[in-house]
Design a protein around this ligand. Structure first.
Ligand code: SF4
Length: 246
C-alpha cells in the first residue's frame, strides 16, 4: 500500500540518477510545508467529497505491484517494532550516498513477501488492522499536491484512480473534514521528517567531511542489484541506524 506521495511508486524504479543538493532539498521541502499549511482546508474537503472514494476491500493497496512500498513515519516505526521488529526495513530509493559508498535514507518501510504483498496481509485482510500505520489508515483517500501539464498545482489522488474501489459515493461532511485533516497531518509529519533528515545529514556530512557522489551511488546500487552488500544509514529519532543489506 502506501507510499508517501513524493517517494512513491515508479519514481525511481531502477538507478537513481538525479543530482542531490541537500540545501536545495531542504529549501524545496520547507516551501512544500509552507504551501501545505497555507492550503485552505475547505478546498481539500471539497475535493474529497467530489472524488467520493469507496473501498471495495480488494487489498490491491497492500501490494508492491500496486503501491511500491509502505513508508513509515517515526511513530509508525515504534508501533510496528512493538509488534515485530523484523517486519521493517530501510525504505527504498535512498536519498544520498557518500564517497565511501554508504547510503542514507529518511525512514523505514514495511517488508513485503515474495509475491509483493505486505508482510501483514493474509487472505486479503490486514492482520494488524487496529495498529496499522498512519498512511495505511489514510490510504486510499490520500491526496497530494502535484502540478498538471499547465503547471497548476492541486491536490490529486495518489491511489490509482479507477483502478480499484468505486467513486462518487456520498461521504458526509464530518467524514470529509476528518479525512482532510488527516491528510494534512500526515503530509506535515512526512515533510517534517524529511526536513529533519536533511538537516541531520547536512550537519553529519559537514562534520565527517562527507559528500554525496552520484557515481558512487550508481555503482553501489548496480553492485547491490547483482547480489552485493551495501550499508544503509536510516534516519531515526534524530540519529542514524546502520543496516547491512544484501
Ligand atoms: S499494514 Fe495492513 S493495511 Fe498496511 S499495507 Fe500492510 S496489510 Fe495493508
Amino acid at each position: 500500500m502506501l507510499l508517501r506521495p513524493s517517494l512513491y511508486a515508479g519514481i525511481q524504479k531502477e538507478l537513481v540518477t538525479f543530482k542531490v543538493a541537500i540545501d536545495e532539498e531542504l529549501s524545496l521541502s520547507r516551501d512544500e510545508l509552507k504551501e501545505l499549511l497555507a492550503y485552505p482546508d475547505e478546498n481539500l474537503v471539497d475535493i474529497i467529497r467530489e472524488v467520493g472514494f469507496q473501498c471495495d476491500l480488494c487489498a490491491r493497496c497492500c501490494t508492491r505491484e500496486f503501491n511500491d512500498h509502505v513508508f513509515l513515519l517515526e511513530e509508525d516505526v515504534e508501533s510496528i517494532r512493538q509488534i515485530d521488529p523484523e517486519m521493517i526495513e530501510p525504505a527504498p530509493y535512498y536519498e544520498l550516498c557518500d564517497q565511501h559508498g554508504n547510503f542514507y535514507v529518511s525512514g523505514y518501510a514495511l517488508k513485503t513477501k515474495e509475491d509483493g504483498s505486505c508482510i501483514f496481509l493474509e487472505n486479503k485482510r490486514c492482520t494488524i488492522y487496529d495498529k496499522r500505520s498512519f498512511i495505511c489508515r489514510l490510504y486510499p483517500y490520500m491526496l497530494h499536491l502535484e502540478a498538471d501539464e499547465e503547471g497548476n498545482v492541486e491536490w490529486r489522488q495518489i491511489s490509482g484512480l479507477n483502478l480499484h474501489g468505486s467513486y462518487h459515493a456520498d461521504i458526509d461532511d464530518e467524514q470529509c473534514t476528518k479525512i482532510a485533516a488527516d491528510i494534512k497531518n500526515y503530509e506535515r509529519l512526512f515533510l517534517e521528517q524529511k526536513i529533519a533528515f536533511f538537516e541531520k545529514t547536512k550537519q553529519y556530512f559537514r562534520d565527517k567531511k562527507l559528500r554525496h557522489v552520484q557515481g558512487v551511488y550508481d555503482r553501489e546500487m548496480r553492485n547491490y542489484k547483482k547480489g552485493g552488500e551495501i550499508t544503509v544509514f536510516v534516519y531515526s529519532r534524530g540519529n542514524f541506524r546502520e543496516h547491512r543489506l544484501k
